[in-house]
Write a protein that binds this ligand. Structure first.
Ligand code: BTN
Length: 254
């Protein structure tokens, strides 16, 4: 049985986020799907929802997210947010989690956490109730972290795990390490936008200066991220700013 630090997290976060609750579920399809269902039903209280096991975990770009109880940490933070500009939120979340984990963690635009070019964690951000012309909406910030070694099945590179950096880590201790700082950083993003995170992202940027290929067929040298979180790529046609997270990017094969 996992001993989750629900009370410690609640005590750290509730003063910043009135109405905040922590919920731990033994099993659910997906913590993001559940918080999105609640948001659509009008249930928007700030919630940290942790699942010991997900039966239908979801990743970006319609991919699935595989995890194993105990060997992975899967959770979502749902809260109403009203930033002046939403762009760069996923990069800010990546910077927050990386800073809470270890100096060796790198960020691969837009929001993967990498260790030595292998994926350590992924982030899926969804919004509900965002109406054109209004900035307020319910953000659902889902994070999946590999805690213990995971099988490489179906992946081009075997995943990394937190225990490579923190040998004693388990899902509960990693949640306590990342969750309160994540809430603080998301609230800081709401106030100040991505500008407050640009330097933090840059200091961990895994792609900067490297040749990259883009899923839209483009290629070039990554030049860091703009003040709105767009990936800057120097291509044959000049400097291109990629804002859409529908475009995926990977280091070019050596
Ligand atoms: C990605 O790298 O493609 C994003 C992966 C996000 C996975 C997390 S696990 C918790 C939350 N619930 C989900 O179904 N997905 C996110």
């Amino acid at each position: 049985m996992i001993r989750w630090p629900a009370e410690a997290i609640w005590e750290a976060v509730a003063p910043l986020l009135p109405g905040f609750t922590v919920e731990i579920l033994p099993e659910i399809d997906s913590t993001n799907s559940e918080l999105m269902r609640r948001a659509r039903a009008g249930l928007t209280e700030p919630t940290l929802l942790v699942a010991e096991r997900q039966t239908a975990g979801r990743g970006r770009l319609g991919r699935d997210w595989q995890s194993a109880a105990g060997d992975s940490l899967t959770f979502s933070l749902g809260l109403p947010l009203a930033p002046a500009d939403w762009s760069g939120l996923s990069l800010a979340v990546g910077a927050s989690v990386a800073d809470s984990l270890h100096p060796a963690v790198r960020l691969k635009w837009p929001n993967d956490l990498w260790l030595q070019d292998r994926k350590l964690a992924g982030i899926l951000i969804e919004t509900a109730g965002l109406v054109a012309g209004s900035a307020i909406g319910q953000a659902v910030i889902g994070i999946g972290l590999n805690i213990a070694p995971r099988p490489a099945s179906g992946l081009s590179t075997p995943p990394a795990c937190v225990r490579e950096l923190l040998p004693d880590a388990d899902a509960a201790s990693v949640l306590e390490r990342v969750a309160p700082a994540l809430v603080r950083d998301v609230l800081a993003f709401q106030q100040a936008g991505f500008a407050a995170f640009q330097a933090r992202f840059a200091s961990r940027d895994a792609l900067r200066g490297r040749p990259v290929t883009l899923s839209d067929g483009g290629a070039g040298i990554a030049q860091g991220v703009s003040e709105t979180g767009a990936l800057l790529v120097h291509t044959a046609a000049g400097l291109q700013a990629i804002a859409s997270s529908e475009v995926s990017v990977r280091p070019a094969a050596p």
